[in-house]
Design a binder for this molecule. Structure first.
Ligand code: UDX
Ligand code: ADP
Length: 458
């Protein structure tokens, strides 16, 4: 059967994989190919053991795979045969040279652009899906269009706003889809072609068109604002702990102001994930490079508060466990950066585990989906570290539990049974405020939450 459109996606990660699975499911008349340089990852996408965990993803892939959704390592063939190429390769923070620790490392992006150019025999639309610094499209256009092949590339920005753990839901029912292009006739025609894909399932009024720079900057700004809300509420959580105000009550009260709204006001051990820190540092770097020092410092503070919140959590554990955790077994409940994902990138749990190991604690990590990644993240630590899928086994003989991911399973455990299997006095540090603290206190635990007065038996 001939397909109406041939779409390629370069990069089969957390963004590329789920996004293409949804496009393939919503548009059976399009052929969607996803390529990656990582052979192992592509093998996994073609198996029953997908490389990432997302609720609903497996079902979607099973429905579409090898019908109109294909996973492959053949970049060259994929590029040649497609009219539209989504690029969702990784853009980590640079670790070397100018801008190290802040700027985006664009080497994978540039390599991809050069590959597209080398293998193309016809004009194409190249869609930026990865989060990129403002004006990246311009650099890409230059690389792609300085060719002697008499072909033209139109670079369109279509940033992805999905949140992990809810990727399929967010893709199927997005708040908005943003498509930016140059405001030339060719640019506008290219963005209309991308609009045509999304209108298959997204109401037209939720598809926004803009110039390409606004689109690139909107993605960074959205993430910066979201992260800022978390740092704002976390900064107030510290004040609550000093004043006996309760962060849950404060968040509820301010969230009822319709101008503020109730979402993203959950105080926590800190935000993680591949985007927030990276995107803010990227924003900071861009501001610095335009001489906007004040703006740079303003946004940098969002990351600083987040780091402080994580170190405050460790300090709180130490202080309350009689200033030493050396030789004490501590169970970490959750390692993923949030619930419903196995992703651990920038997870506060990495920082907490490292801090406790440095204090010579015996750390036991449990998580329903993230143990494989946790092992990789902590591979430098051999002594005092174990991994245990079953939370009841993890807590046996431990002095403390630290809840680091808000998995539902941790709300529903039998804490009486857990208490009996622990060393006394038993401590719980709830870094996500998900447990019934009064009930735990009545069982006998000493309970420490974020932004609330502790419940102690001594
Ligand atoms: C984020 C953006 O939400 C998404 O739009 C963008 O495309 C990518 O970055 P993601 O990182 O997947 O998505 O997860 P998100 O739900 O935003 O959570 C990020 C971190 O903030 C997690 O560690 C989460 O636990 C934490 N968080 C979130 C809080 O600590 N408190 C909150 O109230 C909300
Ligand atoms: P994200 O969270 O943005 O989706 P990931 O790291 O999960 O980021 O995915 C990016 C993917 O892009 C990785 O699987 C990586 O192997 C892939 N990749 C990087 N460079 C290339 C390239 N030149 N060709 C194909 N795939 C690439």
């Amino acid at each position: 059967m001939a397909f109406e459109k041939n779409i390629l996606c370069i990069g089969a990660g957390y963004v590329g994989g789920p996004t293409m699975a949804v496009i393939a499911a919503k548009c059976p008349q399009y052929k969607v190919v996803v390529v990656d340089v990582d052979k192992e990852k592509i093998r996994a996408w073609n198996s029953d053991n997908l490389p990432i965990y997302e609720p609903g993803l497996h079902e979607l892939v099973k429905k579409t795979r090898n019908k109109n959704l294909f996973f492959s390592t053949e970049n060259e063939k994929g590029i040649r045969e497609s009219e539209i190429i989504f690029v969702s390769v990784n853009t980590p923070t640079k670790t070397f040279g100018q801008g190290a620790g802040k700027a985006a490392d664009l080497q994978y992006w540039e390599k991809t652009a050069r590959e597209i150019l080398a293998y193309s025999n016809s004009s194409k639309i190249v869609v930026e899906k990865s989060t990129l610094p403002v004006r990246t499209a311009s650099a890409m256009e230059r690389i792609l269009n300085e060719n002697s092949k008499a072909i033209h590339f139109e670079v369109v920005s279509n940033p992805e706003f999905l949140a992990e753990g809810a990727a399929i839901q967010d893709l199927e029912n997005p708040d908005r889809v943003l498509i930016g292009s140059r405001e030339t006739p060719d640019g506008i025609a290219a963005r209309k072609t991308i609009v045509e894909i999304y209108v298959h399932w997204v109401p037209r009024e939720r598809i926004i068109e803009s110039n390409v720079w606004s689109s690139e900057l909107s993605k960074l700004t959205a993430n910066a604002f979201l992260a800022q809300r978390i740092s704002s509420i976390n900064s107030i959580s510290a004040l609550c702990e000093k004043t006996e105000a309760d962060i849950g009550e404060v968040a509820h009260a301010i969230g009822m102001d319709s101008r503020i709204g109730p979402k993203f006001l959950e105080a926590s051990v800190g935000f993680g994930g591949s985007c927030f820190k990276k995107d803010i540092l990227n924003l900071v770097y861009i501001c610095e490079s335009y001489g906007l020092e004040k703006v740079a410092r303003y946004w940098e503070a969002v990351v600083e508060i987040n780091e402080w919140q994580q170190s405050r959590f460790i300090q709180n554990m130490l202080t309350n466990m009689f200033n030493t955790v050396a030789g004490k077994k501590i169970a970490l409940f959750g390692f993923a950066f949030k619930a419903n994902t196995g992703d651990t990138r920038e997870s506060p749990a990495i920082y907490v585990a490292q801090g406790l190991l440095a204090e010579q604690a015996e750390v036991v990590i449990t998580d329903p989906e993230a143990l494989k990644n946790a092992r990789k993240d902590l591979k430098g630590f051999k002594k005092g570290l174990t991994f245990e899928p079953n939370p009841y086994n993890a807590v046996k003989g431990s002095h403390a539990i630290a809840v680091l991911t808000e998995w539902d399973v941790y709300r529903e455990l039998d804490y009486k049974r857990i208490f009996k299997s622990m060393v006394q006095p038993a401590f719980i540090f709830d870094g996500r405020n998900i447990l019934d603290r009064k009930k735990l206190f009545d069982i006998g635990f000493n309970v420490f939450s974020i932004g609330k007065a502790p419940l102690k038996h001594f």
